[in-house]
Design a protein around this ligand. Structure first.
Ligand SMILES: [Zn+2]
Length: 434
C-alpha cells in the first residue's frame, strides 16, 4: 500500500493528503442538525430516565433523610424526669447517658424538664433514635441530632414576623370580664393592669363606664398568629380621667404622651387586684363600742393568706402585734411617706429590715379588732393620713433630651395608629350590622 502510494507522482500524493485532511476536518465539525436536536432534546415537563446503575448505589445509614423520620411524642408528667420519659418510650438509660454526656447544653435541656413539656423522638427505618425535639414555644425548639457516634444540640427558631392588632372595651361590671370579652389574654390583662396600676387602683376604683383601648403586637410564624407580643399603646379612662401610655422601645418602659414614666414610687394597691372581693364599708359601726369610727385607711377584703406587698421601697419601722391592729407592719419610705398594713395573718418582715417595692411583707388575715378578714392599709404624707387611692404620688422619672424627643415622635405615631385601628374596627362593626 505504502509502496503504491510512494510510486504516485508528487502532485497526486499532495492532493490525496489534502483530501484526507479536509475529510477529517469536516468529520470533526459538529453537525448543525445534531446541534438543533441537542437543544430540543429535554422538554420541560417530560420525564426522563436518569442513568443510575443500581449496582453502583452505596448504602449509607447516616444519610436517612430527617424529613422521613418516624416521630413519637411524649408529654412530661408531674414529677417525671427524662429517665422516666425514656423508659416510657422504651429507650435505654444507656442512650440517655450518652446524650447527656455529649454536651453540657444537652444535659441541661434533658434534666430541666417541667410537667407539660414535650419530647419528640424521631426514629429511622431501623428504629434507631436519630433526633430529639423539645419545643419551647410556637417558633423555637431545642433539637438534638445524632452525629456519628455522638449527638449535637442546637436551638432552632423559625422566622417571627409582627403585625398590629387592636382591642377595646367599655366596662359594665368587671374589668377582667370586659377584657376577656374584648379578646385579651390573661397575660395581656395583667400587663394592662400593670401599666396603669400606678394611677388606677384596679381592686377598688374600677367603675361601670370605664373603658380602655389597646394597640398590641401579634407574632406571626409562617403566616399564622402564634402569640401576642407587647402592648404598644394603651388608653384607659377611669371615673372620667383618661390616662395614655406608650411603649418606649429603648427602655421597654411605658411613658405618657409627654414622656413621663407610668411607673411611680408607690403601688396604688398593695395586693393583687384579682383577689379583692369587695369594697369594705368604711363607715361601719365598731363591733365593740357601737360608734362609727373615723376611718383613716383603705380596706381590701380578700381571701385569708393573700400576699400583701410593700407599696414602695423603704425600711420596716415596726413589725409587731397588738390587740387592735393584730399583726401589723409599718414601712417608712422617706422622711415624707409612711405606709401601714394591719390585721395580717402572718408577718414576713422584721423591724429594721429594708424592703423593695412589691416584696411580700405578710399575708392578709383577720387578726386584731375586726369584723372579718381584710387588709387595712394607710398612706401617710408628712404624718397626715391621705386616701391612698387618690393621693398625688411623687413625680416619677421622665425622659429628657434626645430620648424624650425620639420617644414623643414615636408616641405620636403610635397613638395615631391606635386611632386608625379604632376607626377601622368601628367601620367593620358597622358594616357587619348592615
Ligand atoms: Zn380599715
Amino acid at each position: 500500500m505504502f509502496s503504491l502510494f510512494s510510486r504516485l507522482p508528487r502532485l497526486h500524493r499532495a492532493l490525496i493528503i489534502l483530501v484526507v485532511v479536509l475529510i477529517g476536518i469536516v468529520m470533526l465539525l459538529p453537525d448543525p442538525k445534531s446541534l438543533r436536536d441537542e437543544k430540543s432534546f429535554y422538554v420541560i415537563g417530560q420525564p426522563y430516565d436518569l442513568a443510575i446503575e443500581p449496582a453502583n448505589l452505596v448504602v449509607n445509614k447516616s444519610a436517612t433523610p430527617l424529613s422521613q423520620l418516624n416521630w413519637q411524642t411524649y408529654t412530661v408528667g408531674s414529677g417525671e424526669s427524662a429517665a422516666i420519659v425514656f423508659q416510657r418510650a422504651n429507650l435505654s438509660s444507656r442512650l440517655l447517658y450518652n446524650l447527656t454526656s455529649a454536651s453540657k447544653e444537652i444535659e441541661q435541656q434533658l434534666t430541666k424538664l417541667r410537667p407539660g413539656d414535650e419530647l419528640q423522638f424521631g426514629f429511622d427505618g431501623d428504629n434507631e433514635l436519630i433526633q430529639i425535639k423539645r419545643p419551647i414555644n410556637a417558633y423555637e425548639a431545642y433539637v438534638i441530632t445524632k452525629d456519628g457516634n455522638s449527638y449535637k444540640g442546637k436551638l432552632e427558631s423559625k422566622e417571627v414576623n409582627y403585625q398590629y392588632n387592636y382591642a377595646e372595651a367599655s366596662i359594665t361590671s368587671n374589668f377582667w370580664n370586659a377584657a376577656i370579652n374584648a379578646g385579651l389574654t390573661a397575660n395581656q390583662i395583667m400587663e394592662l393592669a400593670g401599666i396603669f396600676g400606678w394611677d388606677i387602683d384596679f381592686a377598688l376604683d374600677i367603675r361601670a363606664g370605664d373603658s380602655f383601648k389597646i394597640l398590641y403586637q401579634e407574632k406571626l410564624v409562617e403566616g399564622e398568629v402564634v402569640d401576642r407580643g407587647q402592648i404598644i399603646a394603651a388608653i384607659f379612662t377611669n371615673q372620667g380621667d383618661t390616662f395614655k401610655a406608650i411603649l418606649d422601645d429603648k427602655t421597654g418602659n411605658y411613658y405618657d404622651e409627654n414622656g413621663r414614666a407610668m411607673k411611680k414610687a408607690f403601688l396604688r394597691s398593695p395586693l393583687d387586684f384579682r383577689r379583692v372581693t369587695s369594697n369594705f364599708n368604711p363607715t361601719r359601726r365598731h363591733p365593740v363600742t357601737g360608734k362609727v369610727r373615723a376611718h383613716r385607711g383603705t380596706d381590701y377584703a380578700a381571701p385569708v393568706g393573700t400576699p400583701i406587698w410593700a407599696a414602695g421601697d423603704g425600711i420596716v419601722t415596726k413589725s409587731s402585734y397588738n390587740q387592735f391592729n393584730g399583726n401589723y407592719v409599718f414601712i417608712k419610705h422617706s422622711n415624707t411617706y409612711i405606709t401601714k398594713y394591719l390585721h395580717l395573718q402572718r408577718r414576713l418582715v422584721k423591724t429594721g429590715q429594708r424592703v423593695k417595692q412589691g416584696q411580700t411583707i405578710g399575708t392578709l388575715g383577720g387578726t386584731g379588732r375586726v369584723t372579718g378578714p381584710h387588709l387595712h392599709y394607710e398612706f401617710l404624707v408628712n404624718g397626715v393620713h391621705k386616701n391612698a387611692r387618690t393621693v398625688k404620688l411623687p413625680q416619677s422619672k421622665s425622659l429628657t433630651g434626645q430620648a424624650k424627643q425620639t420617644f414623643m415622635a414615636n408616641a405620636e405615631i403610635r397613638l395615631k395608629k391606635l386611632e386608625r385601628y379604632r376607626e377601622l374596627l368601628a367601620y367593620n362593626q358597622a358594616a357587619a350590622q348592615e
